[in-house]
Design a protein around this ligand. Structure first.
Ligand SMILES: *[C@@H]1O[C@H](CO)[C@@H](O)[C@H](O)[C@H]1NC(C)=O
Ligand SMILES: *[C@@H]1O[C@H](CO)[C@@H](O)[C@H](O)[C@H]1NC(C)=O
Ligand SMILES: *[C@@H]1O[C@H](CO)[C@@H](O)[C@H](O)[C@H]1NC(C)=O
Length: 358
């Protein structure tokens, strides 16, 4: 049985590189956001040379980027909380979806959100003064109102999005693959969309100076949108994602439907229609929607009709006790009663629901 170790090693070596294309933070299973394992892996396989460099020379940058992708994953779970596939890491659902050879809308959203998260947290670390390599953005002096009487000027600490963008891109985008492989093109496009959403939505934040409340002069700096806003915007792109295929030259992606205009930088793209994710299917990363809580009065996403895939839902009344009629006693006690509140919840049935009842 001596050969088994070597044999397993060979399989891992052969299988891993193609599996991690565009999934730089998924190490086998389950999903990981641990810097050590991501950096160790990038050393072992001929992955992304700059990822290896950054891990070695600038571990604190790697830390910020990897922490940011976790931020992206959490946002994914928030944005898809009412969807059939809810970005759960349970049973490595995310890992299984990402590792498939074709890209779907879900793959697009996860890639964009984690790339955006990486950019976001790196830029934020710069502004906080946590990194030696970067700091506040230096806006050009004077302001852009040109000519008009100025009431504000650049100052304060701006978010250095250009640095965050460049450095996170170096780390996240895999550069070892020929760019003629459609899966790689799609992944790179969606990563870029995530970063671009932040760049395109930078805004000016200002602070007033001058005699109390007069605001005679303002200092302003560039600031990133909140990450919730980034998530919400990317969720909108997810809803309108474009189905694409490889172009003739193999170096570009074009819409599958030739009457549709080419996707812009911040559109999300995919190559294969999604499953409905109604039934559990481990291989596909589908957990199924049995047992999910749904909204009994909504006809939209998250409503029982859609979420339960036509299987219906079972309604339960649950009793919650919570503090109520609180009174303040001098000094310093708060005394509350315990009230029982009835809450109605709807839970999606499973496929075997009818059979089980009979
Ligand atoms: C996501 O779905 C799974 C099963 O489909 C469920 O167990 C989990 O609670 C859901 N997560 C959220 C945040 O709703
Ligand atoms: C259910 O959906 C309705 C209509 O979309 C909404 O007003 C309500 O707040 C939702 N209820 C819950 C518990 O989310
Ligand atoms: C709330 O429920 C608990 C047990 O379920 C019961 O002991 C208590 O009396 C109830 N309180 C009220 C205010 O009905």
């Amino acid at each position: 049985m001596d050969w088994s170790g070597g044999f397993t090693g060979l399989i891992v070596f052969l299988v891993l590189p193609s599996n991690i294309i565009g999934v730089w933070w998924v190490v086998g299973s389950p999903v990981t956001f641990d810097r050590n394992s991501i950096c160790r892996r990038s050393k072992k396989i001929k992955g992304n040379p700059s990822q290896r460099e950054i891990c070695r020379k600038e571990p604190e940058i790697a830390e910020a980027v990897i922490g940011g992708s976790e931020l992206g994953m959490n946002e994914c779970q928030y944005q898809l909380r009412f969807s059939k596939w809810n970005c759960s890491t349970y049973q490595n659902s995310v890992g299984r979806v990402l590792k498939r050879a074709d890209t779907r809308e879900e793959t697009a959203l996860v890639n964009a959100l984690t790339a955006a998260g990486a950019t976001y947290s790196l830029t934020q670390a710069c502004s906080m003064g946590d990194l030696n390599q970067c700091g506040c953005a230096a806006e050009s002096h004077g302001n852009t109102d040109g000519g008009k009487e100025t009431t504000w000027e650049w100052g304060g600490c701006g978010d250095d999005i250009d640095y965050g963008y460049m450095k996170s891109r170096e780390f996240v985008d895999l550069q070892h693959r020929k760019r003629s492989d459609i899966r790689t093109l799609i992944t790179l496009h969606n990563n870029e969309a995530g970063r671009a959403i932040i760049k395109f939505n930078m805004f000016r934040e200002c602070k007033c100076h001058g005699l109390s409340g007069s605001c005679a002069l303002q200092t302003c700096w560039k600031k990133m949108p909140s990450f919730r806003k980034v998530g919400t915007l990317l969720k909108q792109r997810f809803n309108g994602a474009a189905k694409v295929m490889g172009g003739n030259t193999g170096e570009a992606i074009i819409p599958e439907d030739s009457t549709v205009k080419s996707p812009t930088v911040d559109d999300l793209v995919y190559s294969t229609e999604s499953h409905d994710f109604c039934r559990p299917n481990r291989k596909l990363g589908s957990l199924g929607t049995q047992g999910r809580h749904c909204n009994g009065t909504s006809a939209l996403v998250g409503g029982c009709d859609i979420l339960c895939c036509g299987r219906g839902a079972t309604t339960y009344e649950i009793q919650r006790s919570e503090p109520c009629r609180c009174r303040f006693h001098w000094c310093c006690d708060v005394e509350c009663d315990t009230c029982n509140r009835t809450q109605v919840i709807h839970v999606c049935n499973g496929y075997d629901y009818g059979q089980r009842k009979s």
